[in-house]
Design a protein around this ligand. Structure first.
Ligand code: DAH
Length: 340
């Protein structure tokens, strides 16, 4: 009698296909609750004689375990998928994990850092929200200099002025006032300028600043370091050219061009048929800047340079529209996977 009941229930359990979470719960109540069929069997079991108990005991326990396991499995399936009954397909291959890629600007910034760290430069970083002194004052900008103007600078507060740094040269001011020469640092970071956004300008971009201060640092040292950088970054055949320029914080100042690596110097659209493309500003640190930061300009000299990371990335990856770098279009970003 009891054996038939057990077999029948085992068969039912094997064939049952509940269609929802609620039906699984009903199944549990039907078999395993206090008034359930299996619980009833246990009560019946008590009235059996010792012989019957021995054989039936095992069968009932097996039935109970089977029911419990089945209900647990069904519950799990509904908990994880919400609907499918036979949802756990252990043979299904796992869904692919999408790996991210490094941002092209990060790739280029890391490469710049890598190149200069090989000749002894270490990294310094400074705040993006600055006071006037660190961004302009210490760097020899006269009070009426146009870079201080509303047109260029994002102000956070006026009088005293708190602003978003417009260049990473501001980190020079921090380093020079807090460290003693010899100083050899690279300062990567984001900068802000109040410019209309277009394919060639953005209101924020990235720069890497370099600063080297010691006894007897000369313009020849600067030129050699930059030539080394250009060759490492753009290839052994790369040539550099320094053109006289002006920055308040360097004297003399120069801008550096590299030979156009698209046409190899013969002239193309990219270099506007000059064979040269501009990549950075540089110069010898103005003695007035050294003095403003508490470094004796009779003992020490130094050079500095600053470059735009987007500019280098444009040249390296031939990206024509600067806005691509900040739009986070995965189709664009994925293309740099191989450049890591
Ligand atoms: N700070 C300049 C800019 O934002 C770039 C620059 C030029 C940095 C000459 C320097 C330098 O350190 O020596 O355009």
């Amino acid at each position: 009698m009891m054996k038939e009941k057990i077999d029948k229930m085992l068969q039912e359990l094997d064939q049952v296909r509940p269609g929802s979470k609620e039906e699984v719960e009903q199944l549990r109540i039907k078999y395993l609750s206090k008034k359930g069929e299996i619980t009833a069997l246990f009560n019946e079991f008590k009235s059996l004689n010792a012989d019957e108990k021995r054989t039936m005991g095992q069968l009932i326990n097996h039935l109970k375990d089977t029911a419990q396991a089945k209900i647990n499995e069904l519950k799990l399936a509904y908990d994880t998928t919400g609907n499918a009954v036979e949802a756990i397909d252990l043979t299904r291959s796992a869904s692919a994990v999408e790996l991210g890629t490094r941002h092209p600007l990060t790739i280029v910034r890391n490469e710049i850092i890598d190149i200069f760290s090989r000749i002894g430069f270490t990294i310094s970083e400074g705040p993006e929200v600055e006071d006037d002194w660190h961004v302009f004052g210490a760097l020899n900008f006269p009070p009426e200099h146009p870079a201080r103007d509303m047109q260029d600078t994002f102000f956070v507060e006026k009088n005293p002025d708190i602003l978003l740094r417009t260049h990473t040269s501001s980190v020079q001011s921090h380093v020079m006032t807090t460290q003693k020469p010899p100083i050899r640092v690279l300062c990567p970071g984001r900068v802000y300028r109040n410019e209309a956004i277009s394919y060639r300008a953005h209101c924020f971009f990235h720069q890497v600043e370099g600063l080297y201060i010691d006894k007897n640092v000369s313009f020849a040292d600067l030129k050699q370091a930059l030539l080394y950088f250009a060759k490492e970054m753009f290839g052994e055949e790369t040539k550099i050219r320094l053109r006289p320029s002006y920055f308040p914080f360097t004297e003399p100042s120069a801008e550096m061009d590299i030979s156009c690596d698209i046409c190899g110097g013969s002239g193309c659209n990219f270099c506007k048929h000059t064979g040269w493309v501009e990549i950075l500003g540089c110069g010898m640190v103005d003695p007035a800047v050294l003095e403003a930061c508490g470094i004796d300009s009779k003992v020490y000299t130094g050079y500095a340079f600053g470059m735009g990371v987007e500019r280098i990335a444009n040249l390296k990856f031939k990206v024509k529209d600067l806005r691509m770098f900040s739009e986070n279009d995965v189709r664009f970003l994925k293309q740099f996977e191989a450049s890591l």
